[in-house]
Design a protein around this ligand. Structure first.
Ligand SMILES: NC(=O)c1ccc[n+]([C@@H]2O[C@H](COP(=O)([O-])OP(=O)(O)OC[C@H]3O[C@@H](n4cnc5c(N)ncnc54)[C@H](OP(=O)(O)O)[C@@H]3O)[C@@H](O)[C@H]2O)c1
Length: 283
């Protein structure tokens, strides 16, 4: 596959598997060129053989800021531009906050939150100079409303949403767009090899965090979301030149968003008088 030299360039992290891999394949099929940033470049050898002139594989560990900067420099040297930057790499950490080890928490936040911010910081000088670009970040249903046992992972994803809201305002004057993709459960490796489990299980948390882990394990292999269709929705959004703040994927996440917004409105109304009573009285 050889896509034209003026075609858009996508930079996708975590392109070795799941949604990221489908996204790389479908972006290539749409006529784009792709820089696939992965921990193990060997994992993309088959795709690299099929797309010799359109796919550049670079090595990255999202928990290592220096490796992120190197990957962006390499990508920039390759085709001299970046158009769509997808912060897709990530993994879960399940367990009550008290059950998780310090090192588990630090690594999860480094990969899911600090790494994506470092990537955005590394590409911004190029995108600002171009005066164009689309930053896409993979959020999660846990950021719509979180579960017991997902405080670290869901916290990181919720923080990415808040960061993206701010960036959307900061970067609009430069023609740079920002979108968070919010998937419900999709059938990928996420609940298998991409889910770290708390180091010290405590019986006290079995009815909450423990039960949630059981729920995830039972769902594994039966998630309603199809990663192929998720990738198609993202490629279609970009091809159509659209950039919603949030692209919520799958019925589970759509229903959950609607229920959460409704519940927030009810709670706001119930506590409105208390909240309003805390301003200085009008003069
Ligand atoms: N599937 C779901 O139900 C679901 C729901 C909500 C959100 N998400 C989010 O969607 C994104 C994609 O996940 P997925 O479902 O496609 O799962 P996946 O198939 O397990 O893909 C996750 C990818 O992230 C990469 N990764 C993890 N840590 C990394 C690191 N330190 N540096 C570089 N790459 C790293 C993995 O690379 P390796 O191959 O080297 O391990 C893997 O390719 C993630 O951000 C995830 O949080 C998924």
């Amino acid at each position: 596959m050889s896509n034209p030299t003026d075609s858009p360039v996508w930079f996708i992290t975590g392109a070795a598997s799941g949604i990221g891999r489908r996204l790389a394949e479908q972006a290539l099929a749409s006529g784009a060129r792709v820089v696939a940033a992965v921990r193990s470049p060997k994992s993309l050898e088959d795709l690299a053989c099929r797309a010799v002139d359109s796919l550049q594989v670079v090595s990255v560990d999202m928990a290592e800021p220096a490796s992120i900067r190197r990957a962006v420099e390499e990508a920039q040297r390759c085709w001299g531009r970046l158009d769509v930057v997808v912060n897709n790499a990530g993994y879960g950490l399940v367990g009550a906050l008290e059950e998780c080890g310090d090192d588990q928490i630090a690594r999860n936040l480094a990969t899911n939150l600090v790494g994506p911010l470092q990537l955005i910081r590394a590409v911004l000088p190029f995108l600002r100079a171009q005066r164009s670009g689309h930053l896409i970040t993979l959020g999660a249903a846990a950021a719509i409303g979180n579960y017991p046992g997902f405080s670290v992972y869901g916290g990181a994803k919720a923080a990415l949403e808040a960061v993206s809201e701010s960036l959307r305002l900061e970067l609009a004057p430069f023609g740079i767009r920002v979108t968070v993709v919010v998937p419900g459960p999709f059938r990928t490796d996420f609940i298998q090899r991409s889910l770290d489990r708390a180091a010290h299980r405590m019986p006290e948390y079995e009815p909450t965090a423990g039960k949630f882990l059981g729920f995830l394990e039972r769902m594994n292999g039966r998630q309603p979301g199809d990663p192929e269709r998720a990738a198609a929705a993202i490629v279609r959004m970009v091809s159509e030149g659209k950039a919603p703040m949030r692209l919520v994927l799958g019925k589970y996440a759509v229903d959950k968003t609607r229920k959460t917004l409704a519940a927030r409105a009810v709670e706001l109304a119930a506590w409105e008088a208390v909240g309003l009573g805390t301003d200085f009285p009008p003069t």
